[in-house]
Design a protein around this ligand. Structure first.
Ligand SMILES: Cc1ncc(COP(=O)(O)O)c(C=O)c1O
Length: 315
C-alpha cells in the first residue's frame, strides 16, 4: 500500500514522516480512539475529485468522539475544510480513501476517558476495491458475536471495537470465506466486519435497525434513499433472523470501503440464484454514478475538491 505524502497532524498539514506518536500514547494501549472512512471519487469527464458526504462523515466522527468524552474546537465544516486542504496538497487525480482519527495523545499509564488530551489526525491515500469479489461474495456466519451497546457502542466508530471485527474477519478468511456476517447478542444479524447488511425478499428490502448493534452507516442511509426513491422499493428496518438470510432472494453488504458487494452464498448455501441479483446490480450501477457526481439530484452529496479554474497536475 502506498503511504500518504502528507498528514493533518497537531493542527497543521505536515509531511507524513513527521506525523508520529510515542509508544506510550493512550489510544495505542487502550483502544480509546475513533476514526472515519471517507471516499473521494475522481470524475474523469469533469477532471474533479468529489468527496462523498464529508459533512455526514465528520458529524458521525465527532459524535463517535463525544461518546469517548472527546471535545474539539472543530465543527464538521471545519474538518471538511481541513480535509480539502490536505487533498489539494496531495493533488490526487484518482479515487482515494480518507482516514480521520481522533485519539488521546497523552503518554501515560491509566485507563479512563476523562482528563486526557484529544487530538485529530487525517491522512488520505489512493484506493481501489476493499474486497476482492464485489459481484459475488461467499460469506460465513461468524462464531463471534457483535459487541453490545453496553459493552462498546457499535454505533460509534471506536478503534478498540475493531478487535471484534478483526476476530470475525480473520476467522472467516482463514476458513476460506470472503467476509463474516456477525450476529448480535440476541442472535439477530448485525452487520459484516466493516459493512452494513441488506437483504431483499419478496420485493422488500430489509436492513437491521440501528438498535441492533450496528454502525450507523452513511452508505446504509444513502442506499435506503436510493432503493425507495429511485428503485421504488419498500425498505424496512427491523431485526433479521439468521435463516431469513438463507431464504433471501438477494443480499449485499454496503459501506464506504466495500461500496456495494453482492452476497451470493452464505455457508455454502446459494442466496437466490447464487448470482448477483437484479436489484443489487441496478443499485451498484446507480451508486457508482451518484458517488461520482453524475446524478444531479444527488449532487449535494458530492463535494468538489478543486476549484473549476484550478488545474491539478498529473501524479
Ligand atoms: C462496522 C462497520 N459497519 C458499517 C460500516 C459502513 O459505514 P459507512 O457506510 O458509514 O462507511 C463500516 C465502515 O466504515 C464499519 O466499519
Amino acid at each position: 500500500m502506498q503511504l500518504p505524502n502528507y498528514a493533518f497532524f497537531k493542527g497543521r498539514i505536515v509531511p507524513y514522516s513527521e506525523a508520529k506518536v510515542g509508544l506510550l500514547t493512550h489510544t495505542l494501549h487502550y483502544g480509546t480512539g475513533v476514526f472515519g472512512g471517507i471516499r473521494g471519487y475522481w470524475n474523469e469527464e469533469e477532471e474533479q475529485l468529489f468527496v462523498f458526504r464529508p459533512i455526514d462523515h465528520f458529524r458521525r466522527f465527532l459524535e463517535s468522539a463525544s461518546l469517548l468524552c472527546m471535545e474539539f474546537p472543530y465543527s464538521e465544516s471545519d474538518l471538511t475544510r481541513v480535509l480539502f486542504d490536505l487533498l489539494r496538497v496531495e493533488n490526487f487525480r484518482t479515487n482515494c480513501y480518507i482516514r480521520p482519527l481522533a485519539y488521546y495523545s497523552d503518554e501515560i499509564i491509566g485507563v479512563r476517558l476523562h482528563g486526557l488530551t484529544p487530538e485529530i489526525g487525517i491522512i488520505s491515500i489512493p484506493f481501489g476495491s476493499y474486497v476482492d469479489d464485489e459481484e459475488g461474495l461467499h460469506i460465513t456466519v461468524s462464531s463471534w458475536r457483535r459487541l453490545d451497546d453496553n459493552m462498546i457502542p457499535a454505533r460509534g466508530k471506536i478503534t478498540g471495537a475493531y478487535v471484534n471485527s478483526a476476530f470475525a474477519k480473520t476467522d472467516a478468511q482463514r476458513a476460506g470465506f470472503g467476509e463474516a456476517l456477525v450476529l448480535n447478542q440476541n442472535g439477530h444479524i448485525s452487520e459484516g466486519s466493516a459493512e452494513n447488511f441488506f437483504l431483499i425478499r419478496r420485493g422488500v428490502a430489509v436492513t437491521p435497525p440501528v438498535t441492533d448493534n450496528i454502525l450507523e452507516g452513511i452508505t446504509r442511509r444513502t442506499i435506503m434513499i436510493l432503493l425507495r426513491d429511485e428503485l421504488g422499493m419498500e425498505v424496512l428496518e427491523r431485526p433479521i433472523d439468521r435463516t431469513e438470510v438463507y431464504l433471501a432472494d438477494e443480499a449485499f453488504f454496503c459501506g464506504t470501503g466495500v461500496q456495494i458487494a453482492a452476497i451470493t452464498r452464505v455457508d455454502h448455501r446459494p442466496i437466490g440464484t447464487g448470482r448477483m441479483g437484479t436489484v443489487t446490480d441496478r443499485l451498484r450501477k446507480l451508486y457508482f454514478d451518484v458517488v461520482r457526481g453524475r446524478v444531479s439530484k444527488y449532487a449535494d452529496w458530492c463535494a468538489p475538491v478543486y476549484q473549476r479554474t484550478e488545474v491539478a497536475g498529473k501524479r
